[in-house]
Design a protein around this ligand. Structure first.
Ligand code: WQD
Length: 337
């Protein structure tokens, strides 16, 4: 069954990979993106990868007129909502920007959808909603714990969507709680492309391997983990994209909403990531142990079985493939591709 899917933030890291997965699954895709955190070169690269023209609207998800025009121009069957600010540290500095984009943007989108009679939504959420979880691996039943404004916006978004579905059963929402997205598309034509010094570990390590940064700062090695460094559940962005297709097709075929973790169920420490990236890049990665980063938790690992039960989703790519695909992507970019 082919449908027309609107991807808000569809030129971004996860959005662009989801565009490719949806197109491969036979769906028509429309991208709405303001390119505040995406390169303008992405749509052309998507056309190169898919061999199909890409429909892009350059607009802010808070622009009600732009959204109304999208729904008037295209018959949208469902929406995948990526367009949001997503940096924990930044959200502490500019919380009102995060509330504006992530909450007002969501409300504006939902109103436009409702007016158009489009009530199928995949919502990009995050393991950050768990705050400091009591248990790892962490199940979807773990309580919400807002640790920062970014996490608060994801909790609030999920709660709003819960009430919306309760108010009108025509709404069906797939809430996907991402753990740590990593890696890049196998073509090395798209990937994570941070504008300045990355906050996240994987893109930072990638820059050190290229010689663009001097060393990796390991934020603490005194956590209660096997080697003392932070443990995270890294999930390949191509696996993550496939999870979105399965969530969307579940909504379209059954009208049943769901809330699932998207992770591998396997954690890796910072030192294990550095070792894996050294293998993938064949580069020595200087690193130094520094103080803990405020707000960090020792372990974030998904209980991944609900996504398997509800969506038939299982990850296929491991840490070595994440590192190899990331190395290929950043090397390609460094060569000016
Ligand atoms: C991973 C591990 C750090 C950088 C964040 C967001 C989360 C989600 C994914 C949106 C931790 C350590 C990191 C570095 C290090 N984004 N680290 N040196 O914090 O788990 O999650 O990105 O949904 O919401 O919070 O990812 O990559 O920043 O950190 O030692 O230079 O690497 O302490 O243990 P995090 P991360």
């Amino acid at each position: 069954m082919t449908s027309c899917i609107l991807l808000t933030g569809g030129a971004g890291f996860i959005g662009s990979h989801t565009h490719i997965a949806l197109t491969a699954a036979g769906h028509k895709v429309v991208i709405l993106d303001d390119f505040s955190n995406a390169q303008h070169s992405v749509p052309a690269r998507l056309e190169q990868i898919t061999g199909q023209p890409v429909t892009v609207i350059d607009a802010d998800v808070r622009d009600a007129d732009a959204l109304a025009k999208v729904f008037a121009t295209h018959t949208i069957d469902a929406v995948v909502h990526f367009a949001a600010r997503k940096a924990v540290g930044e959200s502490m500095a500019v919380p009102l920007d995060y509330f504006d984009v992530n909450i007002n943007g969501l409300i504006t989108l939902l109103r436009a959808m409702d007016r158009a009679g489009c009530r199928r939504l995949v919502f990009s959420s995050s393991a950050t909603v768990y705050g400091v979880p009591d248990e790892a691996p962490t199940p979807e039943t773990a309580p919400f714990r807002a640790m920062n404004p970014y996490g608060q916006t994801k909790i609030t978004g999920e709660q709003m969507l819960g009430w919306l579905q309760a108010s009108n059963p025509e709404w069906a929402v797939g809430v996907l709680r991402y753990f740590n997205p990593a890696g890049a598309h196998g073509s090395a034509l798209i990937g994570e492309d941070p504008r300045d010094i990355p906050n996240n570990l994987m893109p930072y390590v990638a820059k050190v391997a290229l010689g663009q940064l001097p060393r990796v700062m390991v934020f603490g090695n005194d956590y209660d983990t096997p080697d003392g460094t932070g443990v995270r559940d890294y999930i390949h962005v191509e696996d993550l994209a496939r999870g979105h297709v399965l969530s969307l097709e579940k909504l379209l075929s059954t009208g049943q909403g769901h809330v699932v973790n998207l992770g591998t169920g396997r954690g890796y420490s910072v030192l294990e990531v550095i070792a894996a990236y050294q293998r993938a890049s064949n580069r020595d990665l200087p690193h130094v142990i520094t103080d803990r980063r405020p707000g960090d938790v020792p372990i974030y690992v998904a209980r991944a079985d609900k996504a398997a039960e509800v969506l038939g989703f299982r990850t296929e790519k491991g840490l070595d493939e994440m590192c190899a695909s990331l190395w290929k992507w950043v090397s390609n970019m460094a060569d000016g591709a």
